[in-house]
Design a protein around this ligand. Structure first.
Ligand code: NAD
Length: 332
């Protein structure tokens, strides 16, 4: 089957290519994001393979369906960038990759916490410049701190287990509580109590209409002063302008972001030689207590290997008319 692969980086070409060795689908790689201006590139393909910032809204899906695309294979977990209702109406099936190393993202969230808390970027820059001064580098023991986990699914549970290992008290909020979270020492509390009590809050829930701007001016005001916020989930969970105000007032004591609301115009590209017009990201990276990474939490060899194998497996199952284990159903 001919598959148009969008947002394809060197590692996608190499690792999808390796995973495709046996199935031998005709993979056609495009660097571009999939959106209404690039959708014509999928002409002649039976499937498209997309990533987090490809925009598969109704107009794009209509063009894809007209051109004979029957499958959208997402090589990621989140699917907020696909209009599932439009896909169902047009007879396009959508698959994703749910089960790749949750450790990759959970460990990255922990890396952000450690780097912020112990001011590793500042220390790194200082010592490279021959400055061995400690002033300004004081952190806090993680042991004994309270960590709030919003969304205790696969990633949230791994994250909770790691933080419990540091000796933190772990609080959770999730509409579907999981006994495994409690078995590892976590405790479910209402989200307002989690916000009030947590020294560190880490977001691990999906972006849906109900979770859009879950972190906003009102919820930040209810939180503990100086708390650290970590978002490795989706940018839209956080109202960026409210967070900037929180950082300026000291209500937020540290911010670790791997995702950003307007990331589709920025991430996964080298813009170092250009003038970045997005004032919010520029303001964010100017704070000494903010670390931004460019949606790299998933980016481990283990996770990418599984993502590529699962994606090719789904494409093969679709091509052979077999049931799609990883199909996403549109909510009724
Ligand atoms: P998952 O489906 O296993 O878990 C998500 C959990 O969030 C579920 O338990 C669900 O009940 C819960 N949830 C839903 N709405 C909630 C709400 N309003 N409040 C609290 N909890 C809520 O998903 P996962 O594999 O753990 O992934 C979590 C998220 O991580 C994904 O949605 C994706 O956006 C993000 N992610 C980011 C990266 C990255 O590289 N940065 C990689 C993979 C996944």
């Amino acid at each position: 089957m001919k598959v148009a692969v969008f947002s394809a980086k060197r590692y996608d070409r190499e690792m999808l290519g390796a995973a495709n060795a046996e199935a031998a689908h005709e993979l056609v790689f495009f660097d571009h994001l999939l959106d209404s201006s690039t959708v014509a590139l999928a002409a002649g393909a039976g499937a498209v393979c997309g990533f987090v910032n490809d925009r598969m809204d109704a107009p794009v899906l209509e063009v894809l369906a007209k051109g004979g695309v029957g499958l959208v294979a997402l090589r990621c977990t989140g699917f907020n960038n696909v209009d599932l209702k439009a896909a169902a109406r047009l007879g396009i099936k959508v698959v994703r990759v749910t089960d790749y190393s949750p450790h990759s993202v959970a460990e990255h969230a922990v890396a952000l916490i450690l780097a912020l808390n112990r001011k590793i970027p500042r220390a790194y820059n200082r010592t490279r410049d021959g400055n061995f001064e400690l002033d300004g580098l004081m952190g806090r023991d993680l042991h004994g701190q309270t960590v709030g986990v919003i969304g205790t699914g696969k990633i949230g549970r791994v994250f909770a287990r790691i933080m419990a290992g540091f000796g933190c008290s772990v609080l959770g909020s999730d509409p579907y509580p999981d006994p495994e979270f409690e078995a590892h020492g976590g405790r479910y509390v209402p989200v307002a109590e989690l916000a009030e009590r947590s020294d560190i809050i880490s977001l691990h829930c999906p972006l849906t209409p109900g979770t859009h701007h879950l972190v906003n001016a009102a919820s930040l005001a209810r939180g503990k002063r100086g708390a650290v916020l970590i978002n490795t989930s989706r940018g839209g969970l956080v109202d960026t302008e409210a967070v900037i105000e929180g950082l300026k007032s000291g209500q937020i004591g540290g911010l670790g972001l791997d995702v950003y609301e307007q990331e589709s115009d920025l991430f996964f590209q080298d813009l170092s030689g250009t003038i970045i017009a997005d004032d919010l990201i520029q303001r964010l990276v100017s704070f000494p207590n903010v670390i931004v990474t460019g949606h790299q939490a998933f980016f481990t060899q283990e996770a990418i290997g599984t993502i590529c194998e699962t994606t090719i497996g789904s494409i093969t199952a679709y091509a052979e008319g077999r049931p799609l284990e990883h199909e996403i159903q549109a909510a009724a």
